[in-house]
Design a protein around this ligand. Structure first.
Ligand code: NIG
Ligand code: FE
Length: 402
């Protein structure tokens, strides 16, 4: 009988029932309405320790130690933001202002942030990161990936990853963001550094390796060499691909079985076919198109071809300075041809797939108890009520943090 708490029953294994949930997104198609969201109406969830212990119709819920009344609101898995750049200093307000009066976005602005990041102390970088993470958490993000890429020296890249690794297991080495300014005349020497000494210093802190495959950054052959070197050191590849122009990035992602090809704004039929016949997730980052006034990626075309799509923020001071997944969900629905159900799936289960994780992004027994309570009767309100702070409760690893 779980209603009495014995002294041996430690807080970490106490069970909590969240009941009176009007709409519960489980992301288990075998539950509820049978759609990919596995939507259950009149639902309850049981959390035990850091995991989901039970999910189902509230009338069948087991007895628990504690009880939370969701008040007829919606509950869904915490967002999995599988693409952000949060280790940086300074901002780029002037560049944004110039862009909003007509200047185009170019990767060159990255240099401004590299200079500010190199000049910052470890404490400043950590304070910035902590602040953006708190912002993201208030908007429902319970897992985030983040990258280096604003250091571009062995020392600065490895400290960025060291700082990031204190806050997440999903850390990505992006020494190949752009060629470091010191190597402008000798890009081959920079690639040698990124695949040599810098990789050695960074690999211990990272799970992933990434490269910005784009004109003005790294071409297909350089990207292949960089990702292959990372793979040889036990890192797993993901790629910034086809953001600003057509190019080889997406096909390279598939060739290397990358977990994710990110941006996917400029895609040929061949790129889409390659993704559809692979395990590589297409991660769409509408905050970048919004903030650079660029053409939207065509999510509908990808979904209709059978590609797995993730939605993330790309939060960074240059191309997409938003930490809000709900904002990205609203953009994807309004402008990229996604239904609200698809966008919510992509921001939760899709993000998990882009990180090759099955223990997050769904509310089924055994998964981490990472979830949010919305001040709304359904998840659809995330797109229907854009800009409204609907997230009213967040549990991370079974602990209520908001
Ligand atoms: O994902 N594309 C490359 N990197 C970032 C932008 C970085 C910046 O402008 O500072 C992105 O959009
Ligand atoms: Fe990015």
């Amino acid at each position: 009988n779980a209603t009495t708490v014995s002294p041996a029953h430690s807080a970490s294994t106490a069970s909590t029932l969240i009941t009176n949930i009007a709409a519960l997104v489980t992301n288990d198609p075998s539950l509820g309405d049978g759609t990919p969201l596995g939507l259950i109406q009149g639902a309850a969830v049981v959390i035990e320790g850091d995991r989901i212990a039970w999910t189902g119709d509230q009338s069948k819920a087991p007895a628990t130690d504690n009880r939370v009344d969701a008040g007829g609101r919606a509950v869904l898995p915490g967002f999995v933001d599988s693409h952000s750049h949060l280790v940086f200093a300074g901002d780029r307000t002037q560049e944004f202002n110039a862009r909003m009066s007509g200047r185009p976005y170019s990767a060159g602005g990255i240099r401004t942030t590299v200079a500010a990041t190199r000049a910052a102390t470890d404490e400043e970088l950590e304070a910035n990161l902590t602040r953006y993470l708190a912002e993201a958490l208030r908007q429902g993000t319970t897992t985030f990936e983040t990258k280096s890429g604003y250091g571009l020296t062995t020392e600065d890249e490895s400290r960025a990853l060291r700082v990031a690794s204190r806050h997440t297991a999903e850390v990505t080495y992006l020494g190949a963001h752009i060629v470091a300014p010191e190597f402008a005349q000798d890009p081959a020497a920079y690639v040698a550094l990124v695949t040599g000494e810098m990789l050695d210093a960074c690999a211990p802190y990272a799970r992933w390796i990434d490269v910005f495959c784009e004109k003005g950054a790294f071409d297909g052959d350089q990207a292949r060499a960089i990702l292959t070197a990372g793979t040889a050191r036990g890192l797993h590849p993901r790629i910034h691909a086809n953001q600003l122009s057509y190019g080889p990035g997406v096909r390279l992602a598939v060739e290397l079985d990358a977990a994710s090809a990110d941006h996917c704004t400029h895609l040929t039929e061949e790129d889409i076919d390659a993704l559809a016949n692979s395990r590589t997730v297409a991660t769409l980052l509408p905050g970048a198109e919004f903030s650079t006034r660029a053409e939207w990626p065509n999510a509908r075309r990808l979904l209709d071809a059978g590609v797995t799509v993730a939605l993330s923020t790309d939060c960074n001071p240059g191309s997409s300075f938003t930490s809000s997944v709900p904002f990205c969900v609203a953009l994807a629905v309004r402008d990229m041809g996604m239904t609200p159900d698809e966008a919510v799936w992509s921001a939760t289960a899709g993000g998990a797939a882009a990180l090759r994780r099955t223990d997050i992004g769904r509310l089924t027994p055994g998964a981490y108890a990472d979830l949010m309570l919305l001040d709304a009767p359904s998840h659809v309100h995330l797109a229907y009520r854009p800009g409204v702070p609907l997230v009213t409760g967040v549990w991370r690893r079974g602990e209520r943090v908001l």
